[in-house]
Write a protein that binds this ligand. Structure first.
Ligand SMILES: Cc1cc2nc3c(=O)[nH]c(=O)nc-3n(C[C@H](O)[C@H](O)[C@H](O)COP(=O)(O)OP(=O)(O)OC[C@H]3O[C@@H](n4cnc5c(N)ncnc54)[C@H](O)[C@@H]3O)c2cc1C
Length: 326
């Protein structure tokens, strides 16, 4: 049985690992230039040297025992470490309280470290954007943007964000397009900052109930990072929606000014913005994964459960188990 998975983020890799362990032959294709998806790490050169930012997912928790086992395995492999930092929540009145006491993990040396490690024993091809697919006598046939055509796969699984699933399924299988269209996500502008001096705050990461930014974290406080002072800020969903089509350069000063309400710092030596058009799910689909046994076609992703790394892993595993039961 040959399986092809489109999307090698946490969901696609979770499905692939379960299927490979069950003896299936699995191939993955991802349009990204390297491992990460929404757990990407962005590098930049500064006058002080190279820095890297987790500009998507900031950390993850492991509540499911099987996911916790994977995280332990990745800790052993040096691809994940626990982030022990002073993390706070700041409410509309400005009152500060510590974030819920929970173990928080990050990829090492950047967030994409876990994706890289999970992908290593699998057959994954990066920079391969799927543009078309059809079901033929010999199995599923795939057409990639670079012109390559591959065929003969028994099962086709999609592990892409909901909005991209809607586009891909529009003609391929409209019921899946309608299913994916139920999921709704918010955009997020991320600001990546490097400083010569330490930013003056009483905490390493803060979640804010009001204002232009909803999250700010000392990226350099995470394990295995460069000691150069780096921060990642996330604009709130409302602010991100209002500035959705802004030029990345235009969002730098207002977000920096908003950060100035919470911290004291000298002008950054590096500032760059990235827009996540589909960042975090606010309304998820009805089931953990979708599977059509007649077509041997499925889809998974965080958007089936919730905006969390662990949800992506759970959805991928759910889909793999469903395909194995058929
Ligand atoms: C700004 C931000 C902050 C976040 N913060 C947190 C956090 O602190 N904690 C937490 O747990 N979660 C957080 N999340 C959510 C977390 O990142 C996601 O839940 C998780 O990474 C989703 O994994 P996934 O595999 O479902 O999707 P993705 O990681 O998006 O993977 C989908 C993959 O599909 C590929 N793809 C798409 N279309 C195609 C195509 N046509 N052909 C080939 N490949 C394709 C993409 O390149 C991508 O690699 C955050 C997300 C963002 C954006």
């Amino acid at each position: 049985m040959t399986v092809v998975i489109i999307g090698a983020g946490m969901a696609g890799l979770s499905a692939a690992r379960a299927l490979q362990a069950a003896g299936r032959e699995v191939e993955l294709f991802d349009k990204g230039r390297g491992p990460g998806g929404r757990m990407s790490t962005r590098r930049a050169e500064t006058d002080l040297g190279q820095v890297a930012f987790d500009h998507g997912a900031q950390y993850f928790t492991a509540r499911d025992p099987e996911f916790a086992a994977l995280v332990s395995e990745m800790v052993q492999a040096g691809a994940v470490a626990e982030w022990q930092a002073d993390l706070v929540e700041i409410d509309a009145q400005g009152d500060v309280r510590p974030m819920r006491d929970e173990r928080r993990f990050v990829g090492v040396p950047g967030m994409n470290g876990i994706i890289r490690a999970m992908a290593a024993p699998l057959s994954v091809q990066w920079a391969k954007r799927l543009v078309n697919t059809s079901r033929e006598e010999g199995g599923w046939r795939l057409v990639f943007e670079d012109g390559e055509v591959r065929g003969g796969f028994d099962q086709l699984l999609f592990a892409v964000p909901a909005e991209q699933a809607v586009d891909l399924f529009q003609t391929l299988h409209p019921p899946f397009a309608s299913d994916a269209a139920q999921a709704v996500s918010d955009p997020c502008w991320a600001l990546m900052l490097a400083f010569e001096e330490r930013v003056d705050t009483a905490w390493d990461g803060g979640r804010f109930e009001v204002g232009a930014i909803s999250w700010a974290a000392r990226n350099s406080s995470k394990p295995g990072r460069s000691p150069i002072e780096t921060w990642t800020l996330h604009a709130s969903p409302e602010w991100s929606k209002q500035h959705l089509e802004a030029d990345p350069q235009e969002v730098v000063s207002p977000l920096l000014a908003a950060f100035g309400e919470h911290a004291r710092f000298a002008p950054p030596i590096h500032a760059a913005a990235h827009r996540w058009r589909y960042a975090q799910i606010t309304r998820s689909a009805q089931s953990d994964s979708a599977w059509n046994a007649d077509l041997q076609l499925g889809m998974c992703g965080d958007w089936r459960i919730g905006a969390r790394v662990e949800a992506a892993w759970l959805s991928g595993r759910d889909l793999a188990l469903r395909t194995l039961c058929d």
